[in-house]
Write a protein that binds this ligand. Structure first.
Ligand SMILES: NC(=O)c1ccc[n+]([C@@H]2O[C@H](COP(=O)([O-])OP(=O)(O)OC[C@H]3O[C@@H](n4cnc5c(N)ncnc54)[C@H](OP(=O)(O)O)[C@@H]3O)[C@@H](O)[C@H]2O)c1
Length: 327
């Protein structure tokens, strides 16, 4: 891959998972810089040494002035410029090819456009963005990338969990309507302030129909509940299918698609339900539970787990694919 560089703004849960995924992806573009408005370099080093979930035990990590140095066994050391402060003041702004907006603090395309300049001509958001030039979901529509697009959204954890699956089901069985129930975790730092489950609207409810032409907004519902829990989240899908056939045949076809077909790497159909924590750091966008799946009449219920924070893996898949297309 050419010497394309990227800088991450936002070293929260998503940024941490993204860095871990990056170290395991030698084909990704070069990560040149990280900025975070909340954590300074010392705090980032503490997180890297002691996060309860994301381990960097295979790396020697230190600082050289303002540079984060990560030496993963078997690789040359990575030197990543680290800055702490508002995004606009990041000293490396304008010096990387991509601005990876992973802070949640610049949710609109206009706010992201203000961060471009110099060598930096494109931003990739780790969240849905209504006015992005494009929303590209890896495994669904990344091949439609417009070379002129500057502000690109990768969707969200729930968008990535739903869209390729719905697309595949529609292609084989025809989707009449769909609904999704999400029980979503919170970051450990937010636990103290969330005292009870909180119902929220989910951006998937408007992005699903925008991305999938067969899905009418009035035929799609999402229930989303944030709960005071930091583990792997739950996401249950329900589809009304036009011609579903027999349950076992449908699940066999889904299994084959997950193992080596259109959904390979994106989903897994797990034979048993070993609980959500069994899927911590799972790279799939959702792990579907065969033992709990049901086809009742024309309605397919597919309960699943998803490590929402680790959808950073899909984000990196998308970035890598976009850079490769432009090589
Ligand atoms: N987490 C996920 O599952 C997930 C999945 C897909 C996409 N995303 C997206 O990625 C973006 C970033 O999400 P995130 O989950 O990485 O956010 P996060 O971990 O909650 O961090 C974001 C912000 O939270 C505050 N913060 C972080 N650590 C803190 C601590 N120890 N104590 C107090 N406050 C702290 C800081 O902002 P303040 O100083 O302003 O409080 C920080 O900039 C968002 O757009 C989100 O929608 C997240």
């Amino acid at each position: 891959m050419s010497d394309v560089t990227a800088g991450i703004n936002g070293f929260g849960r998503f940024g941490l998972h993204l860095l871990r995924a990056w170290l395991d992806r030698p084909d990704a573009p070069r990560l040149a810089a990280i900025n975070d408005d909340y954590h300074d370099l010392d705090a980032a080093l503490r997180i890297l040494a002691g996060d309860a979930k994301v381990s960097f035990a295979d790396c020697a990590i230190g600082a050289d002035g303002d540079t984060l140095v990560i030496h993963k066994r078997g690789q040359a050391p990575w030197r990543i410029a680290y800055s702490h402060g508002p995004a606009r003041q990041a000293p490396w702004r304008g010096q990387t090819d991509w601005w990876l907006e992973c802070s949640g603090a610049h949710p609109t395309a206009q706010q992201c456009r203000e961060l471009l300049g110099g060598r930096t001509r494109r931003a990739l958001l780790s969240a849905t963005c209504d006015d992005a030039d494009q929303t590209l979901v890896f495994g669904y529509n990344e091949a439609t990338a417009d070379p002129a697009a500057e502000i690109i959204s990768y969707g969200s954890c729930t968008v990535n969990a739903f869209v390729p699956l719905a697309h595949w089901l529609h292609g084989r069985y025809g989707v009449g309507d769909a609904s999704v129930s999400v029980i979503h975790n919170v970051a450990p730092a937010r636990l103290a302030t969330l005292h009870q489950p909180e119902r929220r609207t989910c951006t998937l409810e408007r992005m699903g129909p925008r991305l999938l032409p067969f899905l009418a907004p009035q035929r799609f519902f999402v229930d989303y509940v944030l709960i005071p829990y930091t583990g792997v989240s739950l996401i249950d899908f329900r589809f009304r299918l036009n011609a579903p056939g027999a349950e076992a045949d449908l699940l066999d076809a889904l299994d084959a698609a997950c193992r080596g077909g259109e959904l390979a790497g994106l989903y897994r159909l797990a034979a048993r339900d070993d609980g959500p924590q069994a899927w911590q750091l799972s790279p799939e966008s959702a792990v579907l539970l065969r033992s709990r799946a049901r086809l009742a009449g024309d309605t397919l219920s597919l309960p699943a787990y998803f490590d929402n924070e680790n959808s950073a893996v899909r984000y990196l898949d998308l970035l890598t694919a976009l850079v490769r297309r432009r090589d």
